[in-house]
Design a protein around this ligand. Structure first.
Ligand SMILES: [Zn+2]
Length: 252
């Protein structure tokens, strides 16, 4: 299989607010439900392609508001996680899932090595390399960077409602998560490592770019019903920006 993206589909990695002066580097791996034209619909219905399996609804909007409030650079993937989930390493079956929650993904069934490599080269490597270069550059400049990844999750998963509203997730480095959880007020039901945790394989970006560089890091999961419109996105972004601003001095 040849390259997946045509020239006119552009760079798979988007960087915004590159000249920001703040410490935070925002990352949104699941920002988009866009599919490369070469892959069609992956055999999915419009309903499935609009759902949380294709992207994290609201996450990019919240990330952009946070970028503004925190004077932070934002890095996001412009294509759907169904093609390549940039929060998974290439060897993980979840990087190109054959099934996502209740949906089979026909276009991901029995991919051969060439097809997997083509997706990895088109979407994952540029994302990992650009983010990695940004983090290392900030370290060299002595800017004490902090990595914050922003996600959203579905309120009902496998038919079960989820009570958690905001998850603060971490892997082996809990410094930033601890500070944020200590600062979290009663506005939202904010919990540690919910609705996922490191055991679910969701901390790849944190490990690859945070732990490996000694850079403090956290993954934020917002229940997507709270951020389905601009009003909700603003309220949640205000809350998260407050938590982060209060917490950053604790992670020098
Ligand atoms: Zn996500």
């Amino acid at each position: 299989m040849m390259g997946i993206l045509t020239g006119e589909e552009g760079d798979p990695v988007a960087l915004e607010n590159v000249s920001a002066r703040g410490r935070v580097i925002l990352v949104c791996e699941h920002a988009s439900r866009l599919l490369p034209k070469a892959l069609g619909t992956l055999g999915l219905s419009d309903e499935a392609l609009a759902s949380h399996i294709a992207w994290d609804p609201g996450a990019l909007a919240v990330s952009r508001l946070l970028a503004e409030k925190l004077d932070a650079t934002l890095v996001f993937q412009r294509f759907s996680r169904l093609v390549y989930d940039c929060n998974r390493p290439p060897e993980s079956p979840a990087a190109m899932p054959e099934k996502s929650e209740v949906f089979e993904v026909p276009g991901n069934a029995a991919l051969d090595e060439a097809a997997r490599n083509a997706r990895t080269d088109a979407l994952y490597r540029p994302f990992r390399d650009r983010l990695g270069a940004l983090v290392k550059g900030r370290i060299r400049e002595g800017r004490a960077p902090v990595i914050v990844t922003v996600h959203s999750f579905t309120p009902v998963y496998f038919g079960k409602p989820r009570a958690v509203e905001i998850g603060i997730l971490h892997d082996a480095d809990a410094r930033l998560a601890d500070a944020m959880l200590a600062a979290a007020g009663p506005a939202y039901r904010t919990l540690r490592n919910e609705p996922y945790g490191p055991e679910d394989g969701v901390t790849h970006t944190l490990k690859e770019h945070g732990l490996s560089n000694g850079v403090p890091n956290v993954m934020i999961e917002v229940r997507n019903d709270l951020i389905q419109d601009e009003a909700g996105q603003r309220v949640v972004a205000d809350y998260l920006a407050g938590l982060l601003i209060e917490s950053l001095p604790a992670v020098q």
